[in-house]
Every structure is written in structure tokens, then in C-alpha cells.
Design a protein around this ligand. Structure first.
Ligand SMILES: [Zn+2]
Length: 263
């Protein structure tokens, strides 16, 4: 991944996507927005106590810096599900976003946009069929293999071949900062019966879950071969990223977007 400054904002770009001029994508650091503490400053998440007008201004700045019109925003109400939707058209004004945690599209008019503060952003691009996807994977979604579900959706909807896909796993809570309870350990064993040992690390009394590897594994098992992992822990880097755990729930959300450019 590489950082770029654009119009006072700090954008993160994945190297695996850089050869593809037909693609727009970015993960937005928290600098350059208008929100005060505890959402300082580029908070793009509603429902975290910040004022709507500030969130809209922050989204405006983010989309401008990424070269996408805000009217193209396509999003969902993120509910820690394993559901991935095929998005065909922009949402009508006033229409509430559907509940889901992943989106895929082949429509270059749409900009798929999601919000994060520790959960794992997974971005997908099929250069052959020209389609994109984005996923919000917390522990539930990661163990339910939501990233692989997005691959399946792209296969069904666009004829994507998994081997053609380029995937990226963005900044999120790292295994060093993600101790989990016995129920999550149990669920990990159930979800990955042969691989759980590689996903669970024991540190003294604690067991930590590696969400990056869980998502990478789900993608590889779905046939994806090209996967970049940012390897950036949100809780270790709170000057750049919002971290729900690191900031004890009092924080904002950073954005990630992906879109096809018109050719
Ligand atoms: Zn960390």
C-alpha cells in the first residue's frame, strides 16, 4: 500500500490495483475533515453521534479527493451480516439503504462505499469482466466467509472467474490487538476446522484472532490468487485510522471506496 496526499486528505492505495487504470479506489485516513473529537476529523459514518452536516461535508471531501461524484455513492446499512448484494443502479433520493455487508457491481456509474473502524475492508476487482466488490468483515462476517460470498456473487452476476480477481485487505484491527472470548474461539474452530490453529494466537492468558488471515484464507479457498494484505493495525495507528477498540467505542468511521472508471 502507498499513501497519497490529495486536497488536504490522506489516501491509501493498494499496489495490486495500481496497474489498472480502469479502476478508482481509496481508503481514507482520518485527516482533513471537519469533525471535532472524538470523530476527529474525516468521519464518514452516520450513527456515531457526529452531526449529519459534518459527515456529508467529510464524504464530499473524500469523494472529491478520489475523483468520484458524491451522487454516485452506493452504500448499505452495515449490520455484521454475511450478506452481499448486487448493486445495479444508484439509490433514489430518500430511499433507505438495504441491510448488508458487501456489495458488487459492474456499473461504472456507481461508487461502492463502506465505513470502518477495526472491521476488515476487502476490495475486489475483476479486470476481465470489469466488475468490483467491497466487503465489511468483522469477526462474524470473516468466519462466515463473507469475502468468499462476494466472489460467488461476482461469479453468478458477472461471470467472474475467481482466478482473474485482484483482492485487497485493508487497515483493520490486527491480531496483536484482537483478543477474543471463548465463543469466538469456538466459532473459529467450527468455521475453519483444519486451519484454526493458524488463525488463533495464544498470548499469555489471551487468544487473539487474525482477521486478515481469515479473510485471505477464505479468498484463497474461493480460488482468488492475487491478494494484497495492508498489514496495518487500526489500533496501532490511531493517528491515521479510527479504531473502535483502541478508542473504546468513542470514535468515527473511515471510508473506503471502489468504482469502475468509464472507458
Ligand atoms: Zn495493533
Amino acid at each position: 500500500m502507498t499513501f497519497h496526499a490529495s486536497q488536504g486528505l490522506r489516501l491509501y492505495h493498494f499496489e495490486v490495483f495500481s496497474p489498472h487504470a480502469g479502476l478508482a479506489h481509496a481508503v481514507f485516513c482520518r485527516q482533513g475533515g471537519v469533525s471535532p473529537k472524538p470523530w476527529e476529523s474525516l468521519n464518514v459514518g452516520g450513527g456515531v453521534g457526529d452531526e449529519v452536516a459534518r459527515v456529508v461535508e467529510n464524504r464530499q471531501r473524500a469523494f472529491r479527493a478520489a475523483g468520484r461524484p458524491l451522487e454516485s455513492i452506493t452504500d448499505v446499512w452495515q449490520v455484521h451480516s454475511a450478506d452481499v448484494l448486487v448493486m445495479r443502479a444508484p439509490r433514489a433520493a430518500g430511499e433507505r439503504p438495504p441491510h448488508a455487508d458487501g456489495m458488487v457491481t459492474d456499473n461504472a456509474q456507481l461508487t461502492l462505499f463502506m465505513r470502518f473502524a477495526d472491521c476488515v475492508p476487502v476490495l475486489l476487482f475483476d479486470p476481465r469482466r470489469r466488475a468490483v466488490g467491497i466487503v465489511h468483515a468483522g469477526w462474524k462476517g470473516s468466519l462466515a466467509r463473507i469475502a468468499a460470498r462476494a466472489v460467488t456473487r461476482m461469479q453468478e452476476a458477472f461471470g467472474t472467474r475467481p482466478a482473474d480477481l485482484v483482492a485487497a485487505i485493508g487497515p483493520s484491527i490486527g491480531p496483536d490487538h484482537y483478543p477474543v472470548g471463548p465463543e469466538v474461539v469456538e466459532e473459529t474452530r467450527r468455521a475453519f476446522p483444519h486451519e484454526h490453529a493458524a488463525l488463533l494466537a495464544h498470548r499469555g492468558e489471551q487468544t487473539c484472532l487474525d482477521l486478515w488471515q481469515a479473510n485471505a484464507l477464505a479468498l484463497r479457498q474461493a480460488g482468488v490468487q492475487t491478494i494484497e494484505i495492508a498489514g496495518l493495525c487500526t489500533a496501532c495507528n490511531m493517528s491515521d485510522w479510527f479504531s473502535h477498540r483502541g478508542e473504546h467505542g468513542q470514535t468515527g468511521r473511515f471510508g473506503a471506496l471502489i468504482a469502475l472508471r468509464e472507458e
